[in-house]
Design a protein. Structure first.
Ligand code: ADP
Length: 244
């Protein structure tokens, strides 16, 4: 229904705050099946770019996903078009169980009156998400008692049950142990197999292990893009990260 390739297509994206241009003409395409990492020094514009895609800040240019223009739509409409986001700190309902958290997320847009009703079975989408995030054995635990990594996985699960074909993740492994990071990498690979995933990340070791492609932002612009090996070999990237 659209001449754009599937996935996320950003064209000439610009965001300015009081005359300061934080995102300065970014072009970006992330295809479904790709696990794209967005890296760059502090202040490069990574968060602002994701804010623009999710409707949190005003921008010019174009952001297309699923055959639709996202720019200019309010945050809740963009979310309803299948765009999901996580922040560095997981926001789950601590006093509710893992299952209840997923249930609420699954019904969030559709059946508010049935939200916390006792159900006989677990809906298939919730069951599937539980398996994907590796929390099947913890379904009835209050989310507040989960380990840090498990809470992050639950938050991703809450996007999966809502049928979110585009996921924007902000430093998903911040504060995690090595084992949790590896499990998260595997989870993201699974999630990205049939979704479009963009991950803001500072952890270079994690990026090297799991990214299928990388976009490097610097001063609001795309400095480099390619595979992990291509980006690491790029002298412009080395200059930005290592200095002169
Ligand atoms: P990154 O996520 O890559 O660290 P940000 O997108 O957070 O970078 O920030 C990019 C630039 O925009 C920074 O110089 C930052 O100070 C500036 N910036 C971000 N948000 C605002 C805002 N609300 N008002 C003014 N300047 C901002």
């Amino acid at each position: 229904t659209d001449d754009q390739p599937p996935g996320l297509t950003v064209r000439e994206l610009r965001v300015a705050f009081d005359g300061f241009t934080a995102v300065d003409g970014v072009d970006l395409h992330v295809a479904p099946g790709d696990l794209r990492f967005l890296i760059g020094p502090n202040g490069a514009g990574k968060t602002t770019l994701v804010d623009a895609v999710t409707g949190l800040v005003q921008a010019t240019g174009s952001v297309r996903f699923g055959g639709r223009e996202l720019l200019g739509r309010p945050v809740h409409r963009i979310a309803r078009l299948g765009v999901g986001r996580t922040f560095q700190t997981a926001t789950v309902f601590e006093h509710l169980t893992v299952l209840q958290n997923l249930d609420i997320a699954a019904g969030a847009d559709r059946r508010p009156h049935t939200l916390l009703r006792q159900r006989r079975g677990v809906p298939p989408a919730v069951e599937e998400a539980l398996t994907t995030i590796g929390l099947t054995g913890h379904a009835n635990r209050p989310a507040g008692t989960l380990a840090h990594g498990q809470k992050q996985w639950l938050e991703i699960g809450m996007l999966l049950v809502r049928d979110t074909p585009l996921l924007l993740l902000d430093e998903p492994v911040a504060g995690m142990s090595h084992a949790e990071r590896d499990a998260t990498g595997e989870l993201l690979r699974t999630v990205a197999a049939d979704r479009t995933v963009l991950v803001i990340e500072h952890d270079m070791e994690f990026m090297r292990a799991f990214a299928s492609s990388v976009t490097v932002l610097h001063a609001g612009r795309v400095l480099s893009e390619g595979t992990v090996a291509e980006v690491r070999a790029d002298p412009r990237v080395q200059e930005v990260y290592l200095g002169h």
